[in-house]
Design a protein around this ligand. Sequence first.
Ligand code: FES
Ligand SMILES: [Fe+2]
Length: 275
Amino acid sequence: MCLLMPDHETYPPYPDSRTCHVGTYRRVLPVSVERMYENALDWEHLPHVHAASFKAIERIDAGSWGWRAETTSARGDRSIIELRLDRACRRWITRTLKGANAGSEIWTHAFPIEARRVDIVVDFFVPGVAESARKKVGEAFAALYQSLYDEDVAMMTERQRRLDARIESHAEQERIALGSRADLALPMQIEFAGRPFVVAEIEGALYAYSAWCPHQMGPLYAAIPEGRLVTCPWHGYQFNVADGSCVSGQSCQLPAPPDVVQDSAGQVFVDFSSR
Ligand code: FES
Ligand SMILES: [Fe+2]
């Protein structure tokens, strides 16, 4: 473990590369290398988690090898980008095949230094950059990667927390009292039978729905419902909280929620007995 390494560093270009090496970004991230591979393969999160950089993405092909997709930047520029994961070499190479910066390559090497600590070295290669401009271009790429990784670290650490907490509960819990409807600050999060749910008032009715997205455990609790629809902030899957269906077309579904009932005295209960 390298105790002296700062959180991130940038390095000047290497003058003799064949494709212009314009700079390097290096940083230690508090995640496992598996979370890093998963994040690299996850093309779908780009316009959601990195909305300041990407407006849209359309998959051309994807698999355990990587992915190829047409991206639209926040400024509206279209590119075809390909990412190839090479686990044996602990790296992935992202190439721009078409569009702005076509021919550029970004090589990311990930070196695990602890179970949940990885040193990443990101090298930027951009063809046709005059030697005098390389440093500036490299710094611009490093600044972009700094913010992309800030966003990715938030996502990866949250996902890891949920994976760690994912203990199948065998609690016999069937009903819990939330209190008087008049005193409840909704939406609120509750834990029921070992699983987190959001309780919200939507169109005058009380609903409970899973606080975690069934796709990759994204933070559904952070989504503001639009009518009965909630949209996961990680990949944009959209769910109807009334029946749990995924209305954006992917084959997944919210887990069955408990009922939320209010008695004649205005007390609210969460009840799983009918499930
Ligand atoms: S975690 Fe992927 S859409 Fe929610
Ligand atoms: Fe990302």
